[in-house]
Every structure is written in C-alpha cells, then in structure tokens.
Design a binder for this molecule. Sequence first.
Ligand SMILES: [Zn+2]
Ligand SMILES: [Zn+2]
Length: 322
Amino acid sequence: MHFPDRQVELEGECRCGRRGRLHHLSEIGGPLCEACFPESMQRRVARDIRVYRMIPKGWKVAVALSGGKDSGSLLHILQTLSRGRMNFRVSALHVNMELGEYSAQSRRVCEGLADSLGVDLTTVSIAEWGLKVQQTRRFPTCAVCGGIRRPVMALVARRMAADVLVTGHTLDDQLVYALKDLLSGKSHPPKPVTPKGPVFPQKAKPLFHLPDRAMAIYARLAGLPTVPGACPLFIPDTHRFKDVFEVLEGLAPLAKKQLIRSLSRNLKRPPGPDRVEQPCPVCGDPTYYNPCPLCRLREWQAEDGAQTRSPARPATGAPHHG
Ligand SMILES: [Zn+2]
Ligand SMILES: [Zn+2]
C-alpha cells in the first residue's frame, strides 16, 4: 500500500542498549531496534491470544495464508510462539483464486514459507466450487473475491479439523471495514474473535491491534518471502481508505488504537435472530444461509454467463459476510 509520510525510522539507541536503526510506530510505542522489534510483535500477539482466548491450549490452528506480508508474518509469529511456551498446533491453508500468474506466484510463496517453517499447508482452488473472481451482478471483483474466500476458508479449516481459523487482518483492516460499514449505514462492532459454532471452527484475528506497517517491518526483518506486485485486479482507489487512518495517526498519535477500542465498545450490532448453521439445500455444506453464499454466487455467475448479450438484471442482495 501507499503510506502517507510519517517518520517511522530513525538512528539512535534502543532501550536494550543497542545502537543503530530504530523503528518507531506510534501505534506500538518504541522506538525499537531490529532485534527488539520482532520480539515485541510476538509478545503483543501472545498477549492478545491469551486476553481474548483466541487459541486455547492444545487447539489446532489453521492460518489463512495469502502470500502477502500480513498472513506470512502471522504464520511466522504463531509458529515461533508454538515452539516456545504456547501450547497449540499450527497448520496453514491457502485458497488459490485462479488469477493466472499472480495466483501461481502466491501459491509458490505460501508453499515455500510453510516448508521453511515446517508447517503443513493445505491448498485448494476455487475451481473446486466452480467459481471465478469476476464482476458478478453489481458486485465488483474485490467483493466477489472476498465473498468466495470467506466461506471457502471456513469450509477448508473445518475439513482440516482445525479448532480455530486465524487470518492476518490488521488494525488498519478493521478500521477500514468499520468505516465502510458506518458509511453504508451498518453497525458491526469490530471483534478479534468469533466463537466456535456447532460446525464451524472459531475465527480469530491475532493482528487485530497491530498496524500494516508493523507487519511490513516484521516480514522484512524476518526475511519472509512475499508475493511481488499487486493483484492484477487491484483497484487502488478502493483501498485508499487506509490513508485516512494514516493521516489521522500522523495528526493524533494513538488515534487508531483509541478508535478501534471505542468502536468495539460503542457500536451495537442491530438486533436480529441468532444465526443457525444448517446444510445448504443445494450442495449440502454447512452454512448460515439458504442457499449457501457459494451456491448463490455460482447461480449468479451461470446466469450472467447465459445473459451476456442481454442487459444485466439488477442485483437482489449482497454477497454474504459469512
Ligand atoms: Zn533493542
Ligand atoms: Zn451450497
């Protein structure tokens, strides 16, 4: 991503006594040297895992790997913690979105990283569900991509017998989701954990309080491979909401942390019936919806394909957040 100017690197003495290049992120505190920085990230993740009961003792964790710096850093941090004092088992999953060379590179990066860390990796392709990342009805490609990835990851984590699916969503990601929701009149309090259901594993975001920049620094210091370049379907403007929070943090240090805390506490989910997992009437996979989001999208994509020469029909609903 593009970061607006903010002084984050300086020369000086770390609190450990070492002199050299220091990283200073107001979201974290500091400044910290290149030895203390990664340890600090690991301690912060370990603390949030305990405080929010993200990964209870003995649980099997499935880390959703994309090939990017956030999920790669998360896998490295969790594997380091599990080899230290934290008692859980780490595995990884990767969903191939079938976007040509970019997806092939992403898969290779994930395989290389998992291999170097000694982590079992499960890879699936969205072709298994008969789906494509493309504009569908009025939903842009990025929304369709997310609408496919979310349910597929949950199904694959369940197939792997994982107790918890963890994703590399950062502090900045949470703020952007919350802002977009608020702008469209929705109210979803950002949460680091969604508890286990009768069928689906728990979901957790161990990077909930850590900014994108911290993961960029972590990945570089740990020498982690990441996929070069951006997704071929990437539309920069839809991702520029992050700049809002970068500017805000530059103007008011600690603003991001205070804002996420305030949003988590004060936003209220609109009242509605509890979601119940049941088999999809079309494919039989467990889902909260009828039909499941993947079958709904497949139906729309088939109809869109059949109607390429007639005017598009208006959309009748949004891809689900399940
Ligand atoms: Zn230090
Ligand atoms: Zn289905």
